[in-house]
Design a protein. Structure first.
Length: 402
């Protein structure tokens, strides 16, 4: 029965390959293996994405979780969003034995976003502030157990009501997106740990979803929780629960909003924020929920970070995503080919430290670094930071081969 299933899958794949234009069959196809839940597959692999991908020579192939991953493929890229320790172990082993394959994204890096205690720490540590604005995170407190102690803990921490309560675990499930708004000290006892409490920041009822796909950034507006006035606080009590604050139906892009509320965050500020987060998180597929403090123009707060979000809701996502996939394979091909060049000609300044890894922080200096082609290669090589590898990769990229 299993053999029959594998034969059917192989036949289906052959038919898909034959359906590509002849010019694309002659050039190398980009094969993307994907391991997604059925719900994620439906929302992400929409016909408009698969159609455009086909025209660009990209083939999406479902990964069978009941078969060894190494027996499937060969893949150029593995795209995944599954949870569980066993799956993480499978991917880590696959990455070690198949360094030629780009795994989006490394499982160990994704884990950082599964805990709201650590999720926003990199933003807080960044202390990002420039002429375009300041980015911070709301004051927050982690409650792991004992709901009865929450009022005292909140009082000692000096947090101001109302407070937003979010599940501590952010694994992409429906439950992890639920949140509550607690108006008074007494109602805090009704919350269910483990959770994170964040001070509620008035933001005009609008949040900005910042989608990041490699180097690309796309921002959309979403309706959010309304502002809470002092009068609201004095006459309201209890815990108000919300299954999910922002959703596709809550788009605020076409709404008639106050310009001060609707104005998008400055592009240069977002680009710097995204660049720093890509570097610190080691991720290339994520989004940020950002709010602007009501009454200000340049005070922003990151309130959530999600790995591999609902890109199907992002305008023109099919173009952005296919371009990203193609750029990855081009960069990977250059890096693999460059490893054949003698490393002795490009000694790493920190050779001993990075002898067995790509952990060196020295970036390519001089003319190569200033060359736009080399710069693009460096941008696309997230996770490969050894100056020697990048230097010789740029050298290979810029020197005629033959």
């Amino acid at each position: 029965m299993r053999m029959m299933k594998e034969e059917i899958e192989e036949q289906t794949r052959e038919e898909e390959l034959l359906s590509f234009p002849q010019t694309q069959q002659q050039s190398k196809l980009v094969v993307v293996g994907y391991a997604l839940t059925s719900k994620k597959t439906k929302s992400f692999l929409q016909p408009k994405l698969e159609g455009l991908a086909r025209n660009k020579g990209i083939l999406f192939v479902a990964i069978d979780q009941n078969r060894p991953l190494s027996d499937q493929g060969p893949f150029d890229i593995v795209l995944h969003k599954l949870t569980g320790k066993e799956w993480r172990q499978i991917l880590e082993e696959y990455r070690q034995t198949h360094p030629e394959v780009t795994v989006l994204d490394p499982p160990y890096a994704i884990q950082h976003l599964h805990n709201r205690q650590s999720m926003l720490q990199c933003v807080a540590d960044m202390n990002l502030s420039n002429s375009y604005g300041k980015v911070d995170v709301p004051r927050q407190l982690v409650i792991e157990r004992d709901a009865s102690s929450i009022p005292d803990v909140v009082l000692k921490a000096g947090l101001t009501l109302p407070l937003v309560a979010k599940p501590l675990v952010a694994d992409g499930s429906a439950k992890s997106h639920e949140l509550s708004l607690a108006y008074d000290q007494y109602s805090l006892k009704k919350l269910e740990p483990p959770l994170v409490l964040q001070e509620f920041v008035n933001h005009g009822g609008v949040l900005f979803k910042v989608y990041i796909v490699g180097e690309a950034i796309k921002v959309v507006r979403r309706f959010s929780l309304p502002d809470v006035t002092k009068q609201d606080l004095s006459r309201s009590a209890g815990v108000f629960r919300f299954p999910r604050v922002s959703c596709a139906a809550a788009s605020a892009d076409d709404a008639d909003l106050d310009p001060c509320v609707a104005e998008l965050p400055p592009r240069p500020l977002l680009e710097r924020l995204a660049k720093e987060l890509r570097r610190q998180l080691g991720l290339r597929l994520f989004n940020l929920d950002i709010i602007r403090e009501h009454g200000t123009r340049d005070q922003f707060y990151v309130i959530d970070i999600n790995y591999f979000p609902g890109y199907g809701k992002m305008p023109e996502y099919e173009h952005i995503f296919t371009d990203f996939l193609l750029s990855l394979t081009q960069s990977r091909a250059i890096l693999v080919a460059a490893r054949g060049v003698s490393m002795q000609n490009f000694p790493c300044k920190n050779a001993e430290k990075s002898k067995n890894s790509s952990s060196c922080d020295h970036w390519p200096p001089g003319p190569l670094q200033k060359n736009p082609l080399c710069t693009q290669l460096v941008k696309n090589s997230a996770g490969l930071r050894c100056c020697s590898i990048l230097l010789l990769s740029c050298h290979y990229f810029l020197t005629p081969q033959g």
